[in-house]
Design a protein around this ligand. Structure first.
Ligand SMILES: [Cu+2]
Length: 323
C-alpha cells in the first residue's frame, strides 16, 4: 500500500514536470474571464426585465405601499441577483473542474499550492461582496427607521389583549393630545384610516404584554412594548389607496392570532373629512360612511370564540371530565 502510494506520487511529479504550466494557465484565465463575462451578461439580462415579478420577488412579499417598502424590496432583489451571479460563477467553476480534471488514470492531478492570484481572488472577492451588501443594507435600514421632527400625521397605536386602539394625535410624544380615537372590540374590527401622500408617524404603546404592529404591505413591523417604552417609526407616505389587513405579530396570548385590524388608506381630502367627523363626535362607522367608505373592515372579521354558557362554564364543568 505504502509502496503504491509513493509510486503514484513520484509519477505525479514526473507528470507535472513533463508539461508546461504556462499554456494551461493562459487557457484557464481565458475561461475565467469568459465565465465572468457570462455572469455580467446574465446580470444585465436579469436587470433588464422586471426580475422581481418574474421570480415572484424571490420569496419577498410584493405589493408594498410605501417608498420604504420599495427600497427594502429593491435591496432584496439586488442581493438575490448578486447572490445568483456569484452562484452561477461558482457552479460554473465547479462543473468545469469536475469535467476538466476528472480522473483519467491512477496518476495524481497537478497539486496546485500558493497560487497567489487565486488566493487573492477568494479572499478579496468575498470581502468586497460583503462590504457592498453591508453598505446598501445600512443605507436602506437607516432610511427605513429614520424619523422626522414634524410628520404630517401622528397616530398613537395602543395594543392590549386582544385588540387595538388608534389615537389621532395633535403632536408628537407623550405630551401631545388625542383628538380622535378608534377602538376595536370583540364585535368590531378597528379601522385605522390614514391618507395617501402624507408622512405618518406611529407611536406605539402596550397596556399589558408585548405585541407587534404589523401591516404586511408596509413590509415592516415593530414590537409594541408595555411600560415606558414608546416605540416609534415613520413612513414617508402611503402610496396606494385601499384596505389592508393588519395583525399582531408577537405571540401575546390565547387570541393573539385574531388580534386583527384594518388599515384603510384614503385620499387626503377624505381623511380630513373623516377626522373632522370623528372630532365632531361621530362613531368610526358613521365617519367612514360619511366619506363614502365601507363602514366595517373588509379584509378581516372578528373572531367568533364560539363560547357560550353551554360550552364554557368552568364552575359547573364535571370534575375529571376529559381525563
Ligand atoms: Cu398581540
Amino acid at each position: 500500500m505504502v509502496a503504491r502510494s509513493s509510486e503514484v506520487r513520484s509519477s505525479a511529479v514526473r507528470h507535472s514536470a513533463s508539461r508546461g504550466a504556462g499554456g494551461r494557465r493562459g487557457r484557464g484565465a481565458g475561461r475565467l474571464a469568459g465565465l465572468g463575462l457570462g455572469g455580467a451578461a446574465l446580470l444585465v439580462l436579469l436587470t433588464g426585465c422586471d426580475v422581481g415579478k418574474t421570480f415572484a420577488g424571490f420569496g419577498w412579499p410584493q405589493g408594498g405601499i410605501t417608498p420604504e417598502s420599495h427600497r427594502m424590496y429593491d435591496l432584496w432583489i439586488a442581493s438575490c441577483i448578486a447572490a445568483l451571479a456569484v452562484g452561477f460563477f461558482v457552479w460554473g467553476l465547479i462543473f468545469w473542474c469536475v469535467i476538466r480534471y476528472r480522473k483519467r488514470g491512477n496518476e495524481l492531478p497537478v497539486q496546485t499550492r500558493y497560487n497567489m492570484p487565486m488566493e487573492f481572488l477568494y479572499t478579496i472577492a468575498p470581502i468586497l461582496i460583503v462590504s457592498v451588501l453591508f453598505y446598501y443594507t445600512a443605507v436602506v435600514q437607516t432610511n427605513v427607521v429614520a424619523t422626522t421632527k414634524n410628520p404630517d400625521v401622528t397616530v398613537e397605536v395602543v395594543a392590549f389583549k386582544w385588540n387595538w386602539q388608534f389615537n389621532y394625535r395633535d403632536g408628537q410624544g407623550r405630551d401631545a393630545n388625542t383628538v380622535a380615537s378608534v377602538l376595536g372590540t370583540s364585535d368590531v374590527i378597528p379601522v385605522l384610516v390614514l391618507p395617501t401622500g402624507r408622512s405618518i408617524r406611529f407611536e406605539e404603546q402596550s397596556r399589558d404584554v408585548i405585541h407587534s404592529f404589523w401591516v404586511p404591505e408596509l413590509l415592516f413591523k415593530r414590537d409594541v412594548f408595555p411600560g415606558n417604552i414608546r416605540n416609534v417609526f415613520e413612513v414617508s407616505e402611503l402610496q396606494t389607496e385601499g384596505a389592508y389587513v393588519g395583525r399582531c405579530a408577537e405571540l401575546c396570548g390565547s387570541y393573539h392570532a385574531f388580534m386583527n385590524f384594518e388599515l384603510r388608506v384614503v385620499s387626503p381630502q377624505k381623511y380630513d373629512q373623516f377626522l373632522a367627523a370623528k372630532k365632531a363626535g361621530k362613531s368610526t362607522q358613521d365617519a367612514l360612511k360619511a366619506i363614502g367608505e365601507p363602514a366595517y373592515a373588509e379584509t378581516t372579521q372578528p373572531f367568533n370564540t364560539r363560547r357560550n354558557s353551554a360550552n364554557f362554564n368552568p364552575d359547573s364543568a364535571t370534575a375529571g371530565a376529559g381525563s
